[in-house]
Design a protein around this ligand. Structure first.
Ligand code: GSH
Length: 113
């Protein structure tokens, strides 16, 4: 499958999707670590893609998303941003309701996308 198609499919299939370096349990970058930590604290199931294991996605997602860095949090098909934004949303109490709403519409298992 074309990598852009693969990205589209991942984003449309998973209501909460984190593109990150490493995995939530073994993050390989401080930014990814903070983003995954906040999502785990929220307690909502989420999928992730380890971009270090997927170099084509690492190269092409910034083009697709028009967002240059990782992590990237996508909720219900929409890019919300990186770890700064995720942390800010969490501190304002805005993140959890969004995550709950996303999963309510499409419950899923936590998994590597
Ligand atoms: N402000 C961003 C900074 C993230 C950032 O600087 N990420 C870098 C280092 S992990 C990155 O993705 N660089 C491009 C790359 O490694 O492909 C955030 O909070 O997420």
């Amino acid at each position: 499958m074309d990598v852009m198609e693969q990205i589209k499919q991942q984003i449309s299939t998973h209501p909460i999707l984190l593109y990150m370096k490493g995995s939530p349990k073994m993050p390989q970058c401080g930014f990814s670590s903070r983003a995954a930590q906040v999502l785990m604290e929220c307690g909502e199931k989420f999928a992730y893609v380890d971009i270090l294991q997927n170099p084509e996605i690492r190269t092409n997602l910034p083009v697709y998303a028009n967002w240059p860095t990782f992590p990237q949090l996508w909720i219900s098909g929409e890019l919300f941003g990186g770890s700064d934004i995720i942390l800010e949303m969490h501190e304002k109490g805005e993140l959890l309701p969004l995550l709950q709403e996303a999963n309510k519409n499409a419950p899923q298992e936590s998994a590597d996308a």
